[in-house]
Design a protein. Structure first.
Length: 147
């Protein structure tokens, strides 16, 4: 199976090279305003999002860290973008915070959730939350109605 060429894939997705902090091409999807967020800034946004999610739940770092099997000193750098999260740790955070991946990631990459404007992003995220509450029968009916 050959699949599309690399150039075709890049073109089809509208990817652009833009991360001056990296010494090789890094292809990214530009947001509607055209300003690609650099990797370090993404990490900062994700860290802030995690901190805000924890604070919305009125949990201190000292209460959250043990739920992850960590000391507060080991957990704190995740909220200050000193340490990068693994996907596994992100999933664990979602579990112990009762948060969706969208809640933690959307603020870092609004363009992936239709970020032309905040209202559209908020509506899409609200729809995702509603879908999570549907039982299997409702989901099947909804999928058939849409498709």
């Amino acid at each position: 199976m050959a699949g599309p060429s690399l150039e075709q894939w890049i073109s089809d997705l509208g990817l652009q090279v833009n991360d001056p902090d990296v010494d090789k091409p890094v292809y990214r999807l530009p947001p509607p305003d055209g300003r690609i967020t650099l990797s370090a800034a993404l990490e900062e946004r994700i860290s802030a999002s995690i901190r805000e999610a924890r604070e919305r739940r009125n949990l201190s770092r000292s209460k959250l860290a043990p739920l992850l099997g960590l000391s507060e000193a080991v957990y704190a750098p995740y909220e200050t973008s000193v340490s990068r999260l693994t996907v596994g740790r992100l999933i664990h955070l979602c579990e112990v915070l009762g948060a969706s991946p969208e809640e933690l990631l959307a603020p870092a990459a609004l363009h992936l959730w239709g970020g032309e404007n905040q209202t559209k992003v908020d509506l899409r995220l609200a729809c995702i939350d509603k879908l999570r509450a549907f039982d299997e029968e409702t989901l099947q009916f909804s999928a058939c109605s849409i498709g």
